[in-house]
Design a binder for this molecule. Structure first.
Ligand SMILES: C[S@@+](CC[C@H](N)C(=O)[O-])C[C@H]1O[C@@H](n2cnc3c(N)ncnc32)[C@H](O)[C@@H]1O
Length: 256
C-alpha cells in the first residue's frame, strides 16, 4: 500500500497522543538499543531518542515514502527499511516499540510471540494498536467496497484481519513474560473541518481502496463512503466532529 505522509500527519496530534501514553508507561530506565517498528514518519522515533538520549534508536518501516519523511525530520535516530513480518534484529533491542503498525499484519498468534522473542533479556515489547474493526469507520468501508460499480477492482483487497481480544494477547504472552500489562483506551478525538472522519481514513485505512481505483470511480467511492459516514459522526453545533477511537496497549517485559 502507498502511504501519503502529508495526509497521515493531518491529524498528527490525535495520532501522537496514544504513542505518548504508551511511551509514558514503558518501564525502561536507560536502554542501550531501541527499535521503533513501523516507525512511519519518524515523529515518534524522535521522541524515543529524546526520552533515552544515550540509546541507539533505530526506526524501521516498509514504506520508502514514510522513511524519506522520517530521514528529513527526525534527528538523533537511524532509519532503515524492513518488513515487520520477517524482520530479525542484528542485536536484540532493550525496547521494541511499535505504535499503530502491527494491526496491518496478520496472524498475531504467531507474530506477537515472535516479536517478544526478539527482545533482549529484561527488555520490553511495547505495542499500541487501533481496535476499530467493528466501528462504522471500518465496517462502512467494507460495505461500500462491494458496490457493483467497483467491486471488481477491489476484490483483491483482502480484509485487514481484526486484532485479537485483549485476553488472547494475555494468554499468548504471559507464559513467556516476567511482567505483562494490557489496557484499552477509547479516545474521543475532536476533529475539525468538513467530513473529518473521511479525511482521517484517507491517511490510513481507506488508502488501499483509493489506490486500487481510477477516476471517476475513485471520487465516487470516496463520496459514497463520506455520505455513509455522516449520520454516524455528525458535527456538533460548534462544528467539531467527535470520533470515538478504541486502542489496545500492551507492555511485555522479558525475563532478565
Ligand atoms: C499508521 S502508521 C504509524 C507510524 C508510526 N508508528 C506513528 O506512530 O506515527 C503505520 C506504519 O506501519 C508501516 N507498516 C505497515 N505494515 C508494515 C510491515 N509489514 N513492515 C514494515 N512496516 C509496516 C507503514 O508503512 C506505516 O508507516
Amino acid at each position: 500500500m502507498n502511504w501519503d505522509p502529508t495526509q497521515y500527519l493531518r491529524f498528527g496530534s490525535e495520532r501522537l497522543r496514544p504513542a505518548l501514553d504508551l511511551l509514558a508507561w514503558v518501564p525502561a530506565e536507560a536502554p542501550a538499543h531501541v527499535i521503533d517498528l513501523g516507525c512511519g514518519t519518524g515523529n515518534v522515533t524522535a521522541l524515543l531518542a529524546e526520552r533515552w538520549p544515550t540509546a541507539d534508536v533505530l526506526g524501521l518501516d516498509g514504506s520508502e515514502e514514510m522513511l524519506a519523511r522520517a530521514r528529513e525530520g527526525a534527528s538523533g535516530c537511524r532509519f532503515g527499511r524492513a518488513d515487520i513480518a520477517t524482520f530479525v534484529p542484528d542485536r536484540k533491542p532493550d525496547v521494541l516499540f511499535s505504535n499503530a503498525a502491527l494491526q496491518w499484519l496478520p496472524d498475531h498468534r504467531r507474530l506477537l510471540p515472535r516479536l517478544f522473542s526478539l527482545v533482549a533479556p529484561g527488555g520490553v515489547l511495547a505495542v499500541q494498536m487501533p481496535a476499530m474493526d467493528q466501528a462504522p469507520f471500518r465496517t462502512l468501508q467494507r460495505e461500500i467496497a462491494v458496490d457493483e460499480r467497483w467491486v471488481g477492482a477491489l476484490l483483491h483487497i483482502g480484509r485487514v484481519v481484526p486484532i485479537l481480544e485483549p485476553a488472547e494477547y494475555w494468554d499468548l504472552l504471559r507464559p513467556h513474560a516476567a511482567k505483562l500489562d494490557l489496557w484499552e483506551t477509547i479516545y474521543l478525538h475532536a476533529l475539525t473541518g468538513p467530513d473529518a472522519v473521511l479525511q482521517w481514513a484517507m491517511g490510513t485505512s481507506l488508502r488501499p481502496y483509493l489506490d486500487a481505483l481510477a477516476e471517476p470511480e475513485r471520487s465516487a467511492f470516496r463520496e459514497a463512503y463520506a455520505a455513509a459516514l455522516r449520520p454516524h459522526y455528525p458535527p456538533r453545533p460548534d462544528g467539531t466532529t467527535l470520533f470515538p477511537f478504541r486502542r489496545l496497549f500492551l507492555l511485555a517485559t522479558a525475563p532478565g
